[in-house]
Design a protein around this ligand. Structure first.
Ligand code: GRF
Length: 187
């Protein structure tokens, strides 16, 4: 099997990146992480990149030409698939259109519910009975593309933002690899 050259975009902790790195070490997992793009110099996730010697590029998303810099690096590393794993910046139209149906994202809610930021606060305020995570294709609208995998859990009485985040991320570590396998199942 020829693994798809994949770029993972991160901004912070990088626990999903760490999980994907572990998965991709399996010869039957469809992707190889060939590049990591990060827009936060202090992101903890960078430590995984260093540990596993994965090529890594810092992109200053406050700079005017940052989008061209991203595209340049995606081409340079011959990237054919992109995973957004806690990347706190909207992907520009140019990149979405260049990589149509080749970009996926993990979101900490049951989409289409609770798109955008501060999901856990809103889930609690809304007294939701269940929540979870969603892996979906990225299109030009926020958290809106076709859904690939969803995983659900039921809220408990004492849940707070911290416990919800923990429970949601545990599901993400299963949902993201499952979604990748599903995307490439027939390739
Ligand atoms: C994930 O929980 C994901 O739902 C959201 O950002 C978080 C990133 O966490 N998009 P990490 O950096 O992978 O630990």
């Amino acid at each position: 099997m020829v693994k798809k050259k994949t770029c993972v975009f991160i901004s912070g902790k990088g626990s999903n990146l760490k999980n994907l790195i572990n998965c991709s070490r399996d010869k039957n997992f469809p992707i190889k992480i060939s590049l990591v793009i990060c827009n936060n110099k202090n992101a903890y996730g960078i430590s995984y990149v260093k540990k596993y010697q994965i090529p890594y590029v810092f992109i200053d998303t406050n700079q005017k030409n940052y989008e061209n810099k991203i595209l340049y690096n995606l081409m340079k590393y011959k990237i054919s698939f992109i995973c957004l794993a806690g990347y706190m910046k909207i992907i520009s139209k140019k990149i979405v259109n260049t990589y149509k149906k080749k970009i996926i994202n993990v979101h900490p809610s049951l989409l289409p519910k609770f798109k955008g930021l501060n999901t856990f606060t809103r889930i609690l305020e809304n007294k939701e009975k269940k929540t979870g995570c969603t892996v979906h294709y990225v299109n030009n609208k926020l958290d809106d593309g076709e859904i690939i995998v969803k995983k659900i859990f039921f809220l408990e009485k004492n849940d707070n933002e911290k416990t919800l985040k923990k429970k949601t991320q545990i599901l993400e570590y299963r949902a993201f690899p499952e979604a990748i396998i599903k995307v490439f199942r027939n390739c």
